[in-house]
Design a protein around this ligand. Structure first.
Ligand code: HEC
Length: 157
């Protein structure tokens, strides 16, 4: 009986070793090394910001077009880009407090009311809020200004 338990334990440890060394096509190494590769591939806050910048510009033109559904969509995606960014870089979150709790809700309100004047005011405040965080994060050279050109092919009509 005891021998049977030993054999089972041996098979079990062999099985779990096999599990640990499962390799992908290019994600290889121990389980810890593989996690590190995946985290590295997700990148840090820069990726969140490249997406945020795109969404910010789309938000601007959606507001100009009075395409309120698309404006709402863009705000949701800015939030998601930021939140996933903070999961990767938690230390950045504190500097975004005003952006998340004042600037974004204000533009959301203007969108819900489909109010162009309120939207324009809120968009200016949002822009200031982007720059405030860049200053707080010691990156004042990322100066955000109102978009000049459209990038995507999305139009209202
Ligand atoms: C946490 C506060 C925070 C807020 C809010 C914020 N940013 Fe950033 N932003 C950063 C940080 C930090 C970096 C540098 C990224 C890095 O080093 O990983 C950055 C970098 C950038 C970059 C350069 C990205 C690159 O790698 O080329 C752009 C563009 C940008 N932000 C746009 C914006 C826009 C537009 C907004 C507002 C809609 C905004 N940011 C709001 C913190 C913030």
């Amino acid at each position: 009986m005891q021998r049977l338990v030993y054999i089972l334990l041996f098979l079990l440890s062999f099985y779990s070793c096999q599990q640990n060394t499962t390799q992908g096509k290019w994600i290889k190494g121990s389980q810890k090394e593989q996690l590190e590769i995946i985290e590295w591939q997700f990148r840090g806050f820069d990726k969140a910001m490249v997406e945020t910048d795109y969404r910010y510009q789309e938000l601007y033109w959606a507001g100009k077009d009075k395409n309120w559904e698309y404006a709402n969509y863009s705000v949701q995606k800015i939030k998601k880009a930021m939140i996933t960014g903070f999961q990767r870089r938690p230390k950045r979150e504190a500097s975004a407090h005003e952006f998340l709790t004042i600037a974004l809700p204000e533009i959301q309100k203007a969108i819900d009311l489909k109010d162009s004047i309120a939207f324009n005011l809120a968009f200016d405040k949002l822009t200031i809020s982007c720059n405030t965080c860049h200053a707080l994060e010691k990156m004042p050279f990322f100066i955000i200004k109102t978009p000049l050109h459209r990038h995507s092919s999305i139009r209202k009509n």
